[in-house]
Write a protein that binds this ligand. Structure first.
Ligand code: HEM
Length: 141
């Protein structure tokens, strides 16, 4: 359950990375593929070399979707419903991977925001990513 304070901090983080969101997306995916190579199995059709056009383009899509989520903190299920269908029914991504992507994103945010990525912001953003992961996993039966 996100508190009013969490929501404020989540929106703040997103605002702070406004100018470098595409880099954040690319770096998050690159980090995920290097740190957790098993995640690469979902992308056999991609050129996964660091910084490839496909990694960059996909990073942008993921970051845009998270931006939508940040704007829809009160109705995440509805806002991410199509993505949830896609990941569960079409892509069949094992939900454990959502946590891995979330961890990589947090490391990348910390490297960009340095001291501004305070423990309070870290805790709030962690709750946000857990909520997103829960929505993306809710269609699995
Ligand atoms: C596609 C978001 C996690 C695998 C997508 C798309 C978005 C997205 C926006 C594009 C949908 C479209 O083109 O209509 C997210 C978000 C995630 C997440 C917000 C978690 C926070 C993951 C993870 C994996 C994954 C952890 C696997 C390790 C894929 C694959 C595609 C995809 C394989 C299709 C790529 C393609 O062929 O273009 N995701 N995703 N996603 N996602 Fe995710």
């Amino acid at each position: 359950m996100l508190t009013a304070e969490d929501k404020k901090l989540i929106a703040q983080v997103w605002d702070k990375v406004q100018g470098c969101q595409e880099d954040v997306g690319t770096e998050t995916l690159t980090r995920m593929f290097v740190t957790y190579p098993q995640t690469k199995t979902y992308f056999p059709h991609f050129d996964l070399s660091p910084g490839s056009d496909q990694v960059h383009g996909h990073g942008k899509k993921v970051v845009d979707a998270l931006g939508t989520a940040v704007k829809s903190l009160d109705n995440l299920s509805q806002a991410l419903s199509e993505l949830s269908n896609l990941h569960a029914y079409n892509l069949r991504v094992d939900p454990v991977n959502f946590k891995l992507l979330g961890q990589c994103l947090q490391v990348v945010l910390a490297t960009h925001l340095t001291k501004d990525y305070t423990p309070e912001i870290h805790a709030a953003f962690d709750k946000f990513l857990s909520a997103v992961a829960a929505v993306l996993a809710e269609k699995y039966r």
